[in-house]
Design a protein around this ligand. Sequence first.
Ligand code: SAM
Length: 318
Amino acid sequence: MAVREIRHRLPEAFLAQLDEAYSPLTVEKVLLGMSGRRDTTLRVNTLRATVQDVAKQLQKQGIKFQRVPWYRDALDLKNANERAIQKLPLYSEGGVYLQSLSSMLPPLFLAPRPGERVLDVAAAPGSKTTQMAAMMENRGSLVANEPDAIRRERLAYNLNVQGVTIAQVLAGPGERLGAQMPESFDRVLLDAPCSGEGRFLANRPITYRGWSEKAVHQCAKLQKKLLQSACEALKPGGFLVYSTCTLNEEENEEVLAWGLQTLPLKLMPPPVEVPGALPGRTGGRPASLQYSVRILPSQTMEGFFAALLQKKGKPNAS
Ligand code: SAM
């Protein structure tokens, strides 16, 4: 799809924000990244399979793939769509999880370890909860919260198929978790509900139909409450990842800047280097915002934003 056609389809106010934030060349790249084609990517679920097993089975089916330099469990498929993968026993038995590469970043930033206590504030459908359980080798405990009943059902199903045994599913609003479980977790993931600009595809109106400037403001308001709650739930010295699948500064850098000014949090350098990733925008905000990471949409990656934070204060002896 040509850039002109893509522009014609996407919301005008969204395009105006993009034009203001980026150079014409970058805007063109971003729009081409929303043109409709994106590689199918998957994560090998190391609770059920090894990368070697999966590679062999894909090869048997004539499916070509590339390894991803920054993550040994990720595969970028070259000639298969999601439906082709869903037909394989490998999929129904939970040996793989269809997941965008960008979505694999927050757990890598958070780096949960076996035996730790971890909270996932907004968990469904469970891409990152299942990834964290695999990283924790099913040892420790994972609290996976999701207020939406239908999405929570999907989360429970995915946890089961993927063989996750350490997760407890909660059903409340994330805003309350901090007060309910103060200073209880070694690591907290806040993969926040957002306006989803990084997932826009020009040929799929459902990806951008609900977007509006008002929706962006509402998301930012909720994100701040969730960040405060996530921070309260975290032990002093513990780690928190804030991530969204949007490009919007109001939901990304501005929410973080608010958090750095209001909450006992500091930003940490990104622990994973992703080729092509851009630093967060500082522009009059705390300089450490450069440690946050922006991914612009492309053929291989959805647009994304992620930041690693640490809670100030001495870890309690336990
Ligand atoms: N982390 C998930 C994954 O990787 O599979 C994706 C999470 S999605 C970006 C955001 C989720 O936040 C949605 O499932 C949505 O229902 C949930 N949500 C909406 N409002 C919420 C709230 N107040 N507290 C917690 N979660 C909320």
